[in-house]
Design a protein around this ligand. Structure first.
Ligand code: GLN
Length: 282
């Protein structure tokens, strides 16, 4: 126990303050099996752990922030002094971080329809999310998504991903990338913004582009209720339900509730790339 040779190659944490963290851990383990079976290189030693403290976070190479209730997660994070360590992890250390549903809200630089005084953001993605976008009547639904990023490099076809949306947010606006705070965003009463982000340009250039990439669109649903709908980039084109910006990935839906490990497997591959790049520099 504890000898250097037994140390994991890669440690992935799942923030376990509230929400669907054990489901993520289960799918991460499933994804590990897929990688071990499909990658020719000798299997890596992965460690997957529940993260509740700053010390646990410090041991992680990458982090998942699960779905749940973003107000509750932010409140518990604040009370357990985890907000700033989380912001440092995402925006200064720039380690791979994936947020699902409530996790996506927390990773946005700006969020709408937040409770007054009740929501802190971690930030990292230059987007504005609209919470509970689909309203109450359709709080929960499933839809097939075509996810190009899951397609094999040989161009082979990939089955659509059955995505589960539970009181889901959408990305309603891509914001300009700026080194400081998204100040123009704080004008309406229900919008909150994340505090300042890292300006360490050398790390940004190592880790990859700073632009927000749209990774998935939910077709055929028009925005409900939102006065912001008119502001959407292209309402007819559907709702943006997955985005990536450098080290940060966010999905409106819950891949951890499907039993389908494809997105977890893809993300672990991204984590390996990021960890290897970082270690090559060290
Ligand atoms: N509506 C929730 C929130 O605002 C997110 C729901 C979810 O994670 N399933 O935090």
């Amino acid at each position: 126990m504890g000898s250097i040779s037994e140390a994991p190659d890669v440690t992935v944490g799942v923030l376990a303050l509230q929400g669907a963290f054990s489901e993520h851990l289960q799918l991460l383990r499933q994804a590990e099996q897929v990688l071990a079976a499909t990658t020719p290189a000798p299997p890596r030693k992965w460690a997957f752990l529940e993260v509740r403290t700053e010390a646990e976070l410090a041991s992680c190479d990458a982090l998942v922030i699960p779905g749940g209730e973003s107000t509750a997660i932010s409140l518990v994070a604040e009370r357990s002094n985890m907000l700033d360590p989380l912001r440092d992890f995402v925006k200064q250390a720039r380690k791979p971080t994936w947020g699902t549903c409530a996790g996506l809200i927390l990773l946005a630089e700006s969020a709408n329809r937040t409770k007054k005084g009740g929501q802190e953001l971690i930030g990292g993605l230059d987007v504005r999310v609209n919470r509970n976008h689909f309203g109450r009547q359709t709080e929960s639904f499933q839809a097939n998504l075509d996810l190009d990023f899951l397609k094999k490099s040989d161009g082979g076809s990939e089955a659509p991903f059955r995505a589960i949306f539970i009181r889901a947010p959408v990305v309603e606006r891509l914001l300009p990338h700026m080194p400081g705070v998204q100040e123009g965003e704080a004008k309406t009463g229900e919008t909150v913004i994340a505090p300042s982000r890292s300006t360490d340009q050398s790390l940004i250039s190592t880790i990859g582009g700073a632009e927000v990439e749209v990774m998935a669109i939910l077709p055929g649903r028009t925005a409900t209720l939102s006065h912001e709908a008119k502001e959407k980039l292209d309402a007819e084109a559907g709702d943006i339900v997955a985005v990536r910006q450098a080290n940060v990935f966010g999905t409106s839906f819950h891949p951890e509730l499907t039993g389908d490990p494809r997105i977890h497997t893809w993300w672990l591959e991204q984590v390996i790339d990021a960890v290897e790049k970082r270690r090559a520099l060290a």
